[in-house]
Design a protein around this ligand. Structure first.
Ligand SMILES: [Zn+2]
Ligand SMILES: [Zn+2]
Length: 301
C-alpha cells in the first residue's frame, strides 16, 4: 500500500473513529436522569488507520487485526501505560475491590480466555510520566502524535501491544467540539487508547460518587476502550448474536455490558460501575460480547 493510500485510509479511519469512541454531548446527562445515556450519535468504530492525518503516525500494519490477535501466533499481550503530568492513573487499593488495576487485568484475562501472557502495569513505577505532553484539548491527531513519540513497543511477532495514554485534558471531536463527557477513545486499528483524566475524575452518577466509584470508572473506561481496540462490537470481531448497537457503532445493546455505548460517558459510567462496586463482581463484559470473543478464538488457528 502506498504511503499516500495509507494516509487516506488513516483519514477515513479518523472520521469513523471519532464518532465511535466519543460519547457525545453528554450535555443531556448534565440535566439529570439516565440522560447521560443518550447523546451519542451513531458512528462506527470500524476501520483502520493510524489516525494520524500527519500521515507519518504509526505503522498501521503493525497492529494485528482480530483474526491474528486472537490466533495462537500472538502469545503475549503488552499494555504500555504513559501519563501526562497531573493525569496519573489511580493505583493501589480501591477498598474491597483490592488493587484497582486488577479490574483491567481480570477483564483482559477474560477477553483472551486466559490463553495469552498478559503484561499490564499496576503501579506508577511501571508506567511513565511524559513531561512533554501538555495542553488541555486533544484531537485524534494529537493522540496519535504522542504515541508516535512515546510508544515504546509496537506490536511485532508474537507480541501484540496496546498503548494507553492518560491525558490531563479533554477530547476534541471531529466537529471541533470539546467533549465534556468523553472518558476515553480508542484509535481504530492502532492499539492506541487515550484516557481523559479530568472527565474521569469528575464522573458523578445519578446517586453521587465515591472515590471507589471514580477509580472503578477509570478502569471500566480502560476496559471499554481496550474492548474496542481488540475488535468489539462488530469492529473486527463479528457479533454472534444480535447485540450490535448499529445506532451507536461498535457498541453492545446490553445495558449491563461494559461495551454499552453510554458507558463511555461520565455519568452513565458512574452509574454502571456502582453495581459492580456494590456486589464485588468485576467481569464487566456481558455474555454476548464474551461469546463473540470465544467464537473468534475458535475460528482462528
Ligand atoms: Zn465505545
Ligand atoms: Zn456486550
Amino acid at each position: 500500500m502506498s504511503a499516500r493510500r495509507l494516509v487516506l485510509v488513516a483519514l477515513a479511519a479518523l472520521a469513523a473513529l471519532l464518532v465511535c469512541c466519543s460519547t457525545d454531548p453528554g450535555d443531556a446527562s448534565i440535566s439529570g436522569a439516565p440522560p447521560g445515556f443518550d447523546g451519542a450519535t451513531e458512528g462506527d468504530g470500524g476501520s483502520s488507520g493510524d489516525g494520524g492525518s500527519s500521515g507519518d503516525a504509526l505503522p498501521p500494519a503493525s497492529q494485528p487485526g482480530p483474526e491474528v490477535l486472537f490466533g495462537s501466533a500472538i502469545q503475549r499481550i503488552v499494555v504500555e501505560v504513559d501519563y501526562a503530568p497531573g493525569a496519573a492513573p489511580y493505583t493501589g487499593s480501591a477498598g474491597r475491590l483490592g488493587d484497582v488495576w486488577s479490574i483491567a487485568r481480570d477483564n483482559l484475562v477474560a477477553v483472551f480466555d486466559g490463553a495469552k501472557t498478559l503484561d499490564l502495569p499496576s503501579t506508577l513505577a511501571q508506567m511513565e510520566q511524559l513531561d512533554d505532553v501538555t495542553g488541555t484539548e486533544f484531537r485524534v491527531e494529537d493522540i496519535v502524535d504522542i504515541a508516535r513519540r512515546h510508544r515504546g513497543q509496537p506490536s511485532s511477532g508474537s507480541v501484540a501491544t496496546f498503548y494507553v495514554i492518560f491525558l490531563d485534558g479533554k477530547f476534541v471531536q471531529a466537529d471541533g467540539v470539546v467533549s465534556a463527557q468523553t472518558l476515553g477513545v480508542s484509535v481504530a486499528n492502532t492499539g492506541i487508547v487515550a484516557m481523559f483524566k479530568p472527565v474521569i475524575a469528575a464522573a458523578i452518577g445519578s446517586r453521587g460518587t465515591t472515590t471507589t466509584t471514580t477509580r472503578f470508572v477509570e478502569q471500566s473506561t480502560l476496559v471499554h476502550e481496550l474492548g474496542h481496540a481488540v475488535g468489539l462490537v462488530e469492529n473486527g470481531v463479528p457479533a454472534t448474536t444480535p447485540h450490535h448497537d448499529a445506532t451507536h457503532a461498535a457498541h453492545c445493546t446490553s445495558t449491563t455490558c461494559v461495551m454499552y455505548w453510554a458507558n463511555e460517558g461520565a455519568s452513565a459510567a458512574a452509574d454502571f460501575v456502582r453495581t459492580y462496586v456494590e456486589t464485588g463482581d468485576r467481569l464487566l463484559f456481558g455474555p454476548e460480547c464474551l461469546a463473540d470473543l470465544r467464537a473468534i478464538d475458535a475460528r482462528t488457528p
